[in-house]
Design a binder for this molecule. Structure first.
Ligand code: GLU
Length: 555
């Protein structure tokens, strides 16, 4: 080996103790069954998961689980600006809230599980340096001493001359430094970054395969990209990706489409090291249509629905969020769900070909619709338990009421539930109170009665009093309803809607107007679930009480 080159490499990487072979040995090929996928979620420790990242984490998780593979969590903290205190725990919590539990990787701020760690990049310095030193020794990487003002100058010249921007060819000044010059500068303590000496030619075309988008043609990379940064000696994304995804034996790199442009750089790095290349899937962005009707990226800054915390606060069940994410990201999911309504989503097989390349359109209304359908299919006791958990965090008063009235609450949630076409009115756990508050005296105060057609005190009084004196027997729905009809006939309202429609002028109203009076007097609302069931749950004592309260309130 060239002694001078060795001297340079040692000076550049004084702390490297091992060689690549050592790490290849330490992190052997994984012993998994044929076709098993190894995927990863690789966020910066920002403390939370954005909806778009959750979607990609979920797809990563599914892609691995479908094949009995491995899904791991790697923390990419090489960009210190994006790190926040306790940033890993926040991510773990968000993932856990959606049942995405990695098989390997970080499990707290400092601990990890798995044999392919460290799973946090700042602890992998020696590994990156080992790999980079190898490139220097092979003449494929070099120190670059250009200052930022020199780089700016080059860029300006390129802009003026309408040339491609970047550090390449004759613009790559430090490429032509001799080894001796470089050694001298390092000995003089000049700051440097390490750059790839790209063997590529921009006029060559290469075709790279993307699992989602198919074959994509690119010019070959000729940029001498930075591999190791100067100040902290941490690797850039490009280099860390190569080293980590190789040594962690990732089979499928699923990442945001913003990385497509760097795909040729990554392919070149894998070529240079002669490593087996992972498969790549560049996922489309999560978009929304904003108030002005423009399609744009869901933004963590502008859109509250971009943070996964929002769903937790709103009480949208995680299952509904997952169903929704699978729906927007996989073109075949909705159809699968329609034909397999009772199967667990774990049984849905993930397929790269069915992922939308153009991005997924995020629409909270559609999510709420899925949530509503999901909640309508749950047992009343499940609703009770989950609502209790949610209220304990967000509405303590309601939590106490629920806890003290467990059977009653479950019966309320059960109205029109155990049927072939269950009632769909709860959008989320936070929405349930909007639909049931009037069943609890604590909330049934200062109510405004929404009377409709029959709204005169005299008429209301007669109806409510007639009901109270004659019709309190709730033992059978048919008997009860016949009695209501009897009351209609007696008070001059039509018990038969058809007859009423033929000659409306003969009646003061019809049976449904009477039912509305009873409903409004009991609940203050015109639209509620089944009146008979509500009456049974309230019981005769409360019915009397509420009718009296109602009559008192009408002037
Ligand atoms: N840390 C990178 C990001 O957040 C990860 C990209 C990747 O998955 O490779 O964009």
């Amino acid at each position: 080996m060239d002694d001078k080159l060795k001297e340079l490499a040692d000076l550049m990487f004084p702390n490297v103790k091992h060689d690549i072979a050592y790490y290849e040995n330490k992190y052997p090929k994984r012993n998994l069954k044929e076709g098993a996928r190894v995927t990863r979620f690789a966020p910066s420790p920002t403390g939370f998961v954005h909806m778009g990242s959750l979607l990609s984490a979920f797809e990563d998780y599914k892609a691995a689980k479908d094949t009995d593979g491995v899904f791991y969590l790697r923390i990419e903290d090489t960009d210190q600006k994006r790190s926040v205190e306790n940033g890993i725990v926040g991510i773990l919590n968000d993932l856990k809230n959606f049942d995405i539990i990695p098989d390997e990787g970080m499990i707290s701020e400092t601990e990890s599980i798995g044999n392919y760690g460290p799973y946090i990049q700042s602890e992998r310095m020696e590994i990156y340096h080992t790999f980079c030193k190898d490139l220097v020794l092979r003449g494929l990487a070099y120190p670059c001493f250009c200052s930022s003002s020199e780089l700016d100058e080059t860029r300006e010249i390129q802009e003026i001359n309408k040339e491609r921007i970047g550090y390449y060819g004759s613009f790559a000044k430090c490429r032509s430094l001799t080894i001796e010059e470089a050694i001298k500068k390092i000995k003089n303590k000049e700051e440097f970054v390490v750059r790839l000496k790209s063997p590529g030619n921009f006029s060559n075309k290469i075709v790279l395969h993307d699992e989602v988008r198919g074959d994509i043609e690119f010019p070959e990379n000729d940029l001498d990209v930075v591999l190791i940064k100067s100040t902290d000696k941490l690797p850039t994304y490009h280099f860390a990706h190569l080293v980590d995804d190789h040594l962690m034996r990732t089979t499928h790199v699923m990442r945001g489409e913003e990385w497509i442009a760097s795909f040729p750089i990554h392919d070149q790095l894998f070529e240079i090291f002669n490593f087996e290349k992972p498969k790549y899937a560049h996922l489309g962005l999560v978009m929304k249509i904003d108030e002005e009707g423009t399609r744009r990226k869901l933004s963590k800054r502008k859109d509250k629905e971009a943070s996964v915390e929002y769903y937790h606060k709103e009480g949208i069940p995680k299952e509904a969020v997952k169903l929704y994410l699978l729906t927007i990201a996989n073109s075949n999911f909705e159809e699968w769900l329609d034909s397999n309504p009772d199967k667990s989503i774990d049984e849905f097989k993930f397929d790269f070909k069915k992922i939308s390349a153009s991005g997924s359109l995020f629409d909270v209304q559609k999510l709420l619709n899925i949530s509503k359908n999901y909640l309508s299919r749950q047992k009343a006791s499940t609703i009770y338990n989950n609502l209790l958990t949610w209220t304990k965090e967000f509405d303590l008063e309601f939590a106490n009421i629920l806890e003290n009235n467990k059977d009653y609450a479950i019966k309320i949630f059960n109205i029109e539930r155990d049927t072939l076409k269950p009632r769909k009115d709860y959008l989320s756990y936070s929405d349930i109170k909007n639909h049931v508050w009037y069943m609890f005296d604590k909330y049934f105060k200062n109510v405004v009665y929404d009377f409709q057609k029959i709204n005169q005190k005299e008429d209301l009084k007669i109806i409510l009093e007639t009901y109270l004196t004659n019709y309190l027997d709730l033992s059978d729905k048919e008997v009860w309803f016949n009695k209501i009809k009897e009351m209609c006939d007696k008070l001059g309202y039509a018990s038969n809607i058809k007859e009423y429609k033929k000659n409306p002028e003969l009646f003061k109203g019809n049976v449904s107007d009477i039912a509305t009076v009873l409903r409004v007097a009991l609940t203050s609302k015109t639209n509620t679930p089944d009146l008979y069931e509500i009456m049974i749950l309230l019981g005769n004592l409360k019915i009397k009480e509420r009718f009296t309260k109602c009559l008192e309130s009408i002037k």
